[in-house]
Design a protein around this ligand. Structure first.
Ligand code: GAR
Length: 199
């Protein structure tokens, strides 16, 4: 059975959606560990309530490399095959990324390469785009910049509030992450340049 490691910083709804897919047999893997850089992340509570191992590795006061080294050590100890960033609000250093080549995914609440970074939903609304969505991509050392595995599109309505648009995108995020994890776990893809193609 393949092992997933989840990294999160907050609410953890994407993690919860992944965990539900695992429980329902829709992802052929188990969640080996959930790690947060924030002790008060709601996602850690949720993970513990589900009987999963949930660990806080505080990032505050640590140099990036040292924090990353500790996270990598735990992921390796748990023999994680695929790392899923689920609202994990930190960049990864090269020493982290190199340990899991093409084995780290992130979800972002916009159609990359548009609106990377914080508040992707707000950026889209303020820019006035008519469609936005979400993206699951491989992680490199850049900001939301690795090869794209899957995207989903949602309309932006004239009367949208930030909350309404965010909720529409989030429900697609929850569906899309399971789909993308399954593509990667199946191994039935190849990467050419920036293009991830199904095989
Ligand atoms: C999600 O919308 C995710 O796409 C976003 O943070 C939220 C986390 O929610 N991630 C980023 O913006 C990464 N650049 P969650 O904790 O409920 O999954």
């Amino acid at each position: 059975m393949k092992k997933l490691g989840i990294l999160l910083s907050g609410r953890g709804s994407n993690f919860q959606a992944i965990a539900r897919s695992v429980q329902a047999g829709k992802i052929p893997a188990e969640i080996a560990v959930v790690i947060s850089n924030k002790a008060d992340a709601q996602g850690l509570e949720t993970a513990r309530a589900m009987g999963l191992e949930a660990v806080c590795i505080p990032s505050k006061g640590l140099k990036r490399k040292e924090f990353d080294r500790r996270v990598v050590a735990l992921l390796k100890e748990k023999q994680v095959d695929l790392v899923c960033l689920a609202g994990f609000m930190r960049l990864l250093s090269a020493c982290f990324v190199e340990q899991f080549p093409d084995r780290i995914l992130n979800i972002h609440p916009a159609l990359l390469p548009s609106f990377p970074g914080l508040d992707g939903q707000r950026q889209a609304l303020e820019h006035g785009v008519k469609f936005s969505g979400c993206t699951v991509h491989f992680v490199d050392t850049g900001l939301d910049s690795g090869p794209i595995v899957a995207q989903a599109v949602v309309p932006v309505n004239d009367d949208d509030t930030l909350a309404a648009l965010s909720a529409r995108i989030l429900s697609e995020e929850h569906r899309l992450y399971t789909e993308a994890i399954n593509i990667v776990l199946s191994g039935k893809f190849r990467i050419e340049g920036r293009r991830v193609m199904r095989t």
